[in-house]
Design a protein around this ligand. Structure first.
Ligand code: AP5
Length: 215
C-alpha cells in the first residue's frame, strides 16, 4: 500500500508514520529525516539544505525530486511506503506523478491530519527527538520513560533547531500557501480522508487504522 500523510508541521505525521510501520511493515519515507541526515553528514546536499531548513523555508523542488527519485527506486519500496512530508508543493506532486508513472505505480490513499495552528505552536515547544532513529516524543503528550532520554537506547533526546516559535509560524504560513493546495490538486484523482489530529495520539492512530481497515 502506498500512503501519503499530509498535514501541518507538527501535525503528527511522523508519529503516525511510526505507528503504521509497525502495522503494515512498509518503510516511512520522510524527506525531513532524509534532509536532516544529509545535514548531519555535511554532504553537499545537506550544506545547501541547512539554510532553508533553519529558516523554516522549503528546500528547492529540484533537490527534493532528485533525492526522491533515488529513494523510491530502492528495493524496500516494492511493497509500498508511507510518504511523510513529500510532496509539499504542486511542482513536487507533478514530479512525483512522473516518477510513479515511470515505475508504473500510484498513491492508494491520502490521509490529511488536521490540527489548528495555535495547537501546533504549543506542541512543537514540547517535541523531543532521538536523532539516530527519528523516534518522536513530547514532554507532556508522549513523554519518554526517563526524562530527556530515548526509551530503547537511553541516548540523549534533542530539541529540533526549527522548532522555535517564530520558525514554526513561518513553516505554518508556508504549509497553508504551498502545501494545503495539494488537497485540491489530488481531489479528482486520489482517495482522500481527513482525520481530526487534535485527539490524543492513540485515538488518532485508531482513526487511521479504521480508514485503512487495520482493526
Ligand atoms: P519535516 O521534518 O518534514 O517537518 P514537518 O512537515 O514540518 O513536520 P514535522 O516533522 O515538524 O511534524 P510531524 O507532522 O511529523 O509531527 P510529529 O509527529 O513530529 O521538514 C522539516 C524541514 O525540512 C522543512 O521545514 C523544510 O525546510 C524541509 N523539507 C522537508 N521535506 C521537504 C520537501 N518535501 N520539500 C521542501 N522542503 C522540505 O509531532 C509533533 C509533536 O507533537 C511531537 O512532539 C509529538 O509527540 C506530538 N504529537 C503528535 N501527535 C499528537 C497528538 N495527537 N496529540 C498531542 N501531541 C501529539
Amino acid at each position: 500500500m502506498k500512503i501519503l500523510l499530509l498535514g501541518p508541521p507538527g501535525g503528527g505525521k511522523g508519529t503516525q508514520a511510526k505507528h503504521l510501520i509497525d502495522r503494515l511493515n512498509i518503510p516511512q519515507i520522510s524527506t525531513g529525516d532524509m534532509l536532516r541526515e544529509h545535514v548531519n553528514n555535511k554532504t553537499n546536499l545537506g550544506l545547501r539544505a541547512k539554510e532553508y531548513m533553519s529558516a523554516g523555508a522549503l528546500v528547492p523542488d529540484k533537490v527534493i525530486l532528485g533525492m526522491m527519485k533515488e529513494r523510491l527506486a530502492d528495493d524496500d519500496c516494492n511493497n509500498g511506503y508511507i510518504l511523510d512530508g513529500f510532496p509539499r508543493t504542486i511542482p513536487q506532486a507533478e514530479g512525483l506523478n512522473s516518477l510513479l508513472e515511470e515505475l508504473n505505480q500510484g498513491i492508494d490513499i491520502i490521509i490529511v491530519i488536521e490540527v489548528k495552528d495555535d495547537n501546533i505552536v504549543e506542541r512543537m515547544s514540547g517535541r523531543r527527538v532521538h536523532p539516530a532513529s527519528g523516534r518522536i516524543y513530547h514532554v507532556k503528550y508522549n513523554p519518554p520513560k526517563n526524562q530527556g532520554k530515548d526509551d530503547p537506547t537511553g541516548e540523549e533526546l534533542i530539541v529540533r533547531e526549527d522548532d522555535k516559535e517564530s520558525t514554526v509560524r513561518k513553516r505554518l504560513e508556508i504549509y497553508h500557501k504551498e502545501t494545503s493546495p495539494l488537497i485540491q490538486y489530488y481531489k479528482l484523482s486520489t482517495k482522500i480522508c481527513h482525520i481530526d489530529g487534535e485527539k490524543d495520539i492513540n485515538e488518532v492512530s485508531k482513526s487511521i487504522d479504521q480508514i485503512l481497515n487495520l482493526n
